[in-house]
Design a binder for this molecule. Structure first.
Ligand code: NAD
Ligand code: LMR
Length: 346
């Protein structure tokens, strides 16, 4: 039972041992709330712990009335709230931080979000270093390297357990290509999207669609651009009220739910995600080919997390190779900026 606006009861800390304690950091936000709703409704989630700098008692109280399995608790910063929220966590999802307004790039968010992610991941390193960490906060191209460097500094980094959530790009590619597939359910078309998560660093590979898709030549470049800049579409439409939240909650849930199933032993679960390549089986070859250490590729998920990075680069066509070149240049700078932030704080 959760009481709105009051400190949560101490027994909230006594987690029953389980493999499915999920934590959402930034749980009161535009993404955090619908994502928490989806996780609360997921039968695989035993406990759901919500943390934010505002609003979590209310969000937790509201969600606690839903008659699903997950036991729900909410925490604020006072009285070691972050530590309490993270205690016993198996999976931590991070949508904390400010979103874009029209005219901004994701990199413009770095100034504020870099510090937020660093501090939250420091809490993870201290309290639940073995948890799987799913980073949603932008700029993902930089916040994931920040998370990795924080974990490395603490001597707790396991690259198989750190994921940049790029699923929204995959979801957009599936949705936007539908007009060329005739498929009633867009999620039935598998489109790998690789690279990073901003503009030209997003590389959708329509040539590798399964089942194959025939896209008229004059329609391909606009389709690729729409996936790369899909976030801008939502930012513009919201007119200053933020960026994608509902589609992101869906995408974040989709990735988290696949990871839960994979950790339970289900085989054959593959999803593109932004990982530290040198730490994942198969990643070295991709790092060598791209010249970057962080990159999104289809990753086989399993009980230990990112079990294998699938190198699909040899299969891409000449147009996609050109996209990849622009991607690499953008990514390099974003990654260096994240790494540098941890070692030479401003
Ligand atoms: P929002 O402003 O609605 O919510 C963010 C929440 O984070 C707020 O509730 C805020 O109180 C909380 N917060 C701020 N500092 C915090 C801290 N130190 N600890 C805990 N919580 C804190 O924003 P949103 O629309 O939910 O977006 C959140 C982030 O997700 C943004 O950076 C956005 O760019 C990013 N995003 C990423 C993707 C993706 O594909 N990876 C997609 C959409 C949005
Ligand atoms: C998105 O792709 O929708 C998110 O990264 C949010 C944004 O800033 O566009």
């Amino acid at each position: 039972m959760v009481k709105a606006g009051k400190p949560l009861p101490e027994q909230a800390l006594e987690f029953v041992p389980s493999n499915h304690i999920l934590v959402v950091l930034g749980a009161s936000g535009g993404i955090g709330q619908p994502l928490s709703l989806l996780l609360k409704a997921c039968p695989e989630v035993d406990e759901l712990s919500l943390y934010d700098v505002v609003g979590t008692p209310g969000v937790a109280a509201d969600l606690s009335h839903i008659s699903s399995v997950a036991k729900i608790t909410g925490y604020l910063p006072p009285d070691d709230g972050l530590k309490k929220a993270l205690t016993g966590a198996d999976i931590v999802v991070i949508p904390a931080g400010i979103p874009r307004k029209p005219g901004m790039t994701r990199d413009d968010l770095f100034k504020i979000n870099a510090g937020i992610v660093r501090d939250l991941v420091t809490g993870i390193a201290e309290t639940c270093p073995k948890a799987f960490i799913l980073v949603i906060s932008n700029p993902v191209n930089s916040t994931v390297p920040i998370a990795a460097e924080v974990m490395k500094k603490a001597g707790k980094f396991d690259p198989k357990r750190l994921f940049g959530v790029t699923t929204l790009d995959v979801v957009r590619a599936e949705t936007f290509v539908q007009e060329h597939t005739g498929e009633k359910d867009p999620s039935k078309t598998v489109i790998p999207v690789i690279g990073g998560h901003s503009g030209e660093t997003i590389v959708p590979l329509f040539s590798l669609a399964k089942p194959a898709v025939k896209i008229p030549t004059d329609k391909l470049a606009p389709l690729v651009k729409r996936v790369q800049f899909g976030g801008d579409e939502v930012v513009e439409a919201k007119g200053g009220a933020g960026s994608a939240t509902l589609s992101m909650a869906y995408a974040g849930y989709r990735f988290a739910e696949k990871l839960i199933r994979a950790t339970k032993g289900e085989k054959g679960i593959v999803e593109p995600t932004y990982v530290y390549l040198p730490g994942v089986t198969g990643g070295d070859a991709i790092a060598k080919e791209t010249g970057v250490d962080y990159f999104s590729v289809p990753v086989e998920l399993g009980p230990s997390g990112a079990e294998k990075a699938n190198n699909i680069l040899p299969e891409i066509n000449d147009d996609e190779k050109k996209l990849l070149e622009a991607c690499k240049t953008g990514l390099k700078g974003n990654i260096e900026k994240g790494v540098d932030f941890v070692h030479n704080p401003p």
